[in-house]
Design a protein. Structure first.
Length: 332
């Protein structure tokens, strides 16, 4: 196997990221957006599409779509890892600061048999604590049992995601579904949009099998998400789909008929608000080319390839975009 093109692509991406991301950081723009910008510019849909006409661009871009996929999937898991790490450790830090008298980082470090620097790095998102360490800290900080379980579960999932990045080709898709399941379980309002396929938790098993290319583990996780939607009425779902997503035949007529019946049944659930943007409706120039899910006001998962997560300002932007889409959709 010729590894030359893969090595060249890796060097191109790393070099571009090494130049662009520090500039974004200096401009107080998130590193996530910097990486996304690099991927767009050097990827096959950016300057890479002109490589045939301008031969020297082949040395500075990634022009093959198949070769760019592994970089995207690996980036997905690392980004999910970083976002989840930030969310869980932010709460752990808040628990320590709320103790009276306040527990110092030195005392916290002594409780888990570590250095103060390790606690400092963990609270800054530069180190992942083990589930045992999080359990000890929750006990020290007086965290409620339910919150302690959630933090321990998050710590376990984060460490697994970090490991799974090494085996993304074997386990990436099912790991992604498990991670999303945990995020949904911690949310009270989920807003979802997808222009080309039925939103994951509303899919039937056969439809999901077609979309997930027969990955049985990923399908099981997606079915668990669907059962959670039906059995946990305290979580509200607002779903906007395009008519095109319902007409797109992912397998056969029988699978699609079953899926449409399931959607009609789900729309009658008291915690589900299903809306459709039909072909006849004008959207006043509003376009949205990819799907996304907004979880409360915390973060958003973007459905590009296997998905990624963005925090900060992007949550507000996607929440505003969702409201625009929901406003032009018809309630089912």
């Amino acid at each position: 196997m010729d590894h030359g093109p893969w090595l060249k692509d890796a060097l191109v991406f790393l070099a571009a990221a090494g130049l662009v991301v520090p500039l974004f950081h200096r401009a107080r723009i998130g590193a996530v957006l910097g990486f996304l910008f690099v991927g767009i510019v050097v990827g096959p849909h950016g300057l890479g599409q002109f490589a045939d006409d301008v031969p020297w661009l082949r040395y500075l871009t990634i022009e093959d779509r198949e070769r760019v996929a592994p970089f995207a999937e690996l980036g997905v898991l690392f980004l999910l890892f970083l976002i989840g790490l930030e969310l869980s450790l932010e709460r752990l830090r808040a628990l320590r600061l709320a103790t009276r008298p306040r527990v110092s980082q030195t005392a916290a470090a002594k409780a888990i048999g570590a250095s103060q620097n390790r606690i400092s790095r963990a609270e800054a998102g530069q180190h992942v604590l083990t589930a045992t360490e999080v359990t000890t800290l929750c006990r020290l900080y007086g965290a409620a049992a339910a919150e302690a379980r959630q933090l321990v579960s998050a710590a376990t999932a984060l460490r697994e995601s970090h490991t799974d990045a090494r085996t993304v080709f074997q386990r990436g898709l099912s790991t992604m579904q498990d991670r999303i399941l945990q995020v949904e379980a911690a949310s009270r309002l989920v807003r979802s949009f997808h222009p080309t396929t039925v939103v994951g938790p509303l899919q039937t098993e056969r439809y999901a099998a077609a979309v997930l290319h027969g990955d049985e583990s990923a399908v099981r996780s997606r079915m668990m998400r669907g059962r959670a939607l039906a059995n946990e009425p305290e979580r509200r779902w607002v779903v906007v789909q395009t008519e095109g997503a319902l007409l797109w035949n992912v397998d056969c007529a029988e699978v699609m008929a079953e899926q449409l019946d399931h959607l009609a049944e789900a729309s009658r659930l008291p915690n589900v608000d299903l809306r459709i943007i039909t072909h006849r409706q004008g959207t006043a120039g509003l376009t949205q080319m990819h799907g996304f899910h907004v979880y409360d006001e915390q973060f958003v998962q973007v459905s590009v390839l296997t998905g990624t997560s963005l925090g900060g300002r992007d949550v507000t932007r996607y929440a505003e975009r969702f409201e625009l889409l929901a406003a032009v959709a018809r309630l089912v």
